[in-house]
Design a protein around this ligand. Sequence first.
Ligand code: T4K
Length: 372
Amino acid sequence: MLFSQPIFVAKPILPDLLEFTNSLSEVWASHKLTNSGPKLKQLEFRLQSVLKANNVSLFNNGTIALMIACKALKLQGEVITTPFTFPATTHALAWCGITPVFCDIDSATLNIDSSKIESLITTKTTAILGVHVFGIPCAVNTIQEIADRHGLKVIYDAAHAFGVEMGGQGIGTFGDVSMFSFHATKLFHTAEGGALTFNDAAIKERIGLLRNFGIKSEEEVVLAGINGKMNEIQAALGLLLLDCITTEKEQRQRVGRCYREILRSCEGITIVTVFPTADFEPSSQYFVIRVDADKYGMSRDQLFVRLRNENIYARKYFYPLCSNLDCYRDLPSSVPYLLPVANRVADDVLVLPFYGELTDIDVRKICSVIVK
Ligand code: T4K
């Protein structure tokens, strides 16, 4: 075995433990543990500038945040979305009683194929839900044009897109609402957590009500809300980690460069991950490759096993496709021949270990299993 300890796809960053306990002592002293405490408010305020967003609301996880986004925009009927995502995206729609309508994906960005959206619109369609998968932006301008033409809302699942900017604009400013996940495996995290960003301040109150059982005052419950609140301990962790992400990002960019140097000339391996340019700031969330079995001489699944045998836990994100899951495979839009690109990509994509603690030597060892 190349590694004596497992090398996982992600390794959460953590703040200095003493700094964290110091911060927790403030929470202890106040006895204010949750329900819109000072740490939550401070984190919402700081994230507004970090994400370059007009409004930020925090939640206990990204999935609940996405469900609340659907409820905030009063979505119903059908929503057009991508099958190439973590199941939470589709589940959020299903939990809101909305029928997901799967649209095929673009083979370059792996995001919803904007040229195929319009043909899926029916009288029941209320929105388009795109995912900036692996932090690569959807075709936001085209999607907005389609939505405007048909009177639809636009939601983005930006779970992987923390810190992504296009032309200096925060990715969370596109569409009506965007959701960020702050799960432990994300570049910036609060162990579990999530956020919604949105431009229209008018929906802030509704989002706040939906997050807290619909409670407006002690004696007024004005809508059927849920418990979506982030607590003070999560927020305290987030506040400290905000100061660590620049360094972690730099380290990940080093790791990414090292992978790229070695893998770019490997026949049959394509690098999906996008690197920084003058007008594009990437997410540094995942390092993703695709395996062309014919050219590479081995399938993605065979490479996956080869890596596992060396204690390297690469992941097949996002296999199986949401449209092929038992709970969604009977939908009319799930038929595999309607989703040829998504089905192909789900079979050839592989996410490699990617976090700042990986040394160049670690990366070379991982690549030595890939480059034969
Ligand atoms: N939309 C999209 C597009 C998403 O990708 C996600 C979540 C969501 C929505 C929903 O957001 P949240 O409700 O989660 O905020 C992981 C994460 O649990 C999940 O948040 C994430 N996407 C997904 C892509 O990855 P798993 O099932 O792969 O997790 P797990 O436990 O296998 O973790 C992966 C590796 O990370 C482990 O092998 C070891 C390492 N790890 C993990 C955890 C939890 C650690 O080292 N420490 C840890 O605490 O889903």
